[in-house]
Design a protein around this ligand. Sequence first.
Ligand code: AMP
Ligand code: MG
Length: 413
Amino acid sequence: MDCCSTNSSLLSLEQALEKLLSQSSAIAQTEQIPLAQAVGRITARPVISPLNVPPFDNSAMDGYAVRLADVTPDAVLPVAGKAFAGQPFQGEWPAGSCIRIMTGAPVPKGTEAVIMQEQAEVLENGVRFTHSPKAGQNVRLAGEDIRQDAEVLPAGSRLGVAQLPILASLGISQVEVYRRLNVALFSTGDELQAVGQPLQDGQIYDTNRFTVRLMLEQIGCNVIDLGIIRDNEQALRQAFHEADAQADVVITSGGVSVGEADYTKQILDELGKIAFWKLAIKPGKPFAFGKLSNALFCGLPGNPVSAAVTFYQLVQPLLMQLSGHSQWQPPRRFKVKTTSSLKKTPGRLDFQRGVLSTGANGQLEVSSTGHQGSHVFTSFSQGDCFIVLERERGAVAAGEWVTVEPFNHLLER
Ligand code: AMP
Ligand code: MG
């Protein structure tokens, strides 16, 4: 099945991505939700700061607020009052005096610098400073971090643990986000059994539905799980209709490889326009994509590693685009040396699974997780990156440079 005789007719990953992404755009519906429920959601419009951060000039140190002209080498400045965080100095500040101030306290009007307490000698009649201050020293200016009306986040940003606290610091309690994508999912195959049920002769457990479901949840989709559908025309037709009616995207696994495809093809032709591709990637050659009467459709190959790789490399970018996550970046790739030799025949872009480690010279290197069969899922559980081997490349010897792509949160250990 993996024969390379028709390599030139295979679709490259870039071509496939092009086709997927050119046929879809972000969903239109948005909703306003409380900040505390917004983790993992995507901003539907830019977030604009309603205020300055910090909101007022304040002290960066525990020390004394001074006017520069008052701090001469032998001057002893009486303390005219106190400014604490949340308790600003009130009242008159006579010339020739200083104000005791704590970190985060608003600096009194007229402050030209704050001298830290380690540079102050406290005497009976006042304070003498051991260092002469520079203008603005230890004063954090209003708006230094974020200016009022500045764009804090562009539209299409994912709200994670690094973003939400900023919104909280601005007092923003509600945020407009894209609604969650509804994704319907089912597995096809007479040989499949649901996890938790005893296996009959010739049956295997349905791993793909579980894998895809988990990845969809990581992405933040609402998952409509339609279970296992038997290789039976009536059952398949009904499942496709049901899925199409409820979801933005329908994802299936199995039944798209040569021989099986004809069967599914007939049903899909009734519902929409679906293309069956042969991808120039390994694992993951067969893949189907198109539009049903309502939803988009992605048909993943049945082999568990192929299903995971095609979901990750093709469906993930599609879902990012549909969910409005325009700031999403494909996982980064870089080059390291491989410590393992790698089997490879020219013709398809390989996504082998590897483990990154730091070598004796302090540089990152990668080793293979071993058996790379498209049914060997342990290659994922033991790996932390893809070793991406160029389409035309042949076998790789230990010590050669290879491109790696660390797993993102969908697959991370
Ligand atoms: P198919 O694409 O349906 O021809 O399936 C290709 C291979 O993947 C066969 O060995 C199937 O038994 C296996 N397979 C299909 N679906 C699943 C699934 N959901 N979980 C685990 N293996 C599967
Ligand atoms: Mg099958």
